[in-house]
Design a binder for this molecule. Sequence first.
Ligand code: DC
Length: 224
Amino acid sequence: MSAPAPVIAIDGPAGAGKGGTAALVARHLGWHLLDSGVVYRVVALAALRRRADLAQGDRVAAIARTLDISLQPGTVTVDGADETLAVREPEIDSAASKVSALPAVRAALFDMQRSFRKPPGLVADGRDMGTVVFPDARLKVFLTAGAQERARRRYRQLKDVQPGVSLRALSKAIEERDRRDRSRAASPLAPAPDATTIDSTAMSIDAVAEAVLALARERGIGRP
Ligand code: DC
């Protein structure tokens, strides 16, 4: 049997720059891309629309199993409808963090996430890519940034689409989400023991992507 396709796992807290970095690295290598946070966002959106209790793991997991999710760079389609903007609404930030704490929901999404692993390779970003979903990833990066900087980045992303948004409220929401993602029992946000930590506070996304590609080259993966 041939070896499974190689994986680069990029995990870390909200606003650390995982999504942008993963997209650049995948594009440079010509590899597939999995933004696993979007998968939890889609489940949260579907659960809210069906008025499900977000604390009921079995109910939310049953909803998760019915969804036909298609991820293309920059576009999220669910059961044929474009939900790219809907999954980025602030109420989905916190709902996704809640449903992602439910072990039944994580189990329901496990195989679906692993199905993204195809030749020539996969760049996957999230919270547990290197610890749980792809423990044999060839390269594991844990991307962090200071809490203030992460809130500022989110603010810059949102201020044009949500003119009333406040940096203070975003800071609070990010802290709350991090606390929940780190303290949950099921696959908490934490670096894998064999992960390389990169602090992106004072780095551009291009510089972070270059650092990840340099680590990949050291491991003999990707283009020279
Ligand atoms: O990266 P993001 O902000 O789009 O993720 C949304 C939520 O999903 C986040 O609060 C934590 C959760 N998540 C997770 O638990 N495991 C992942 N692999 C990815 C995201």
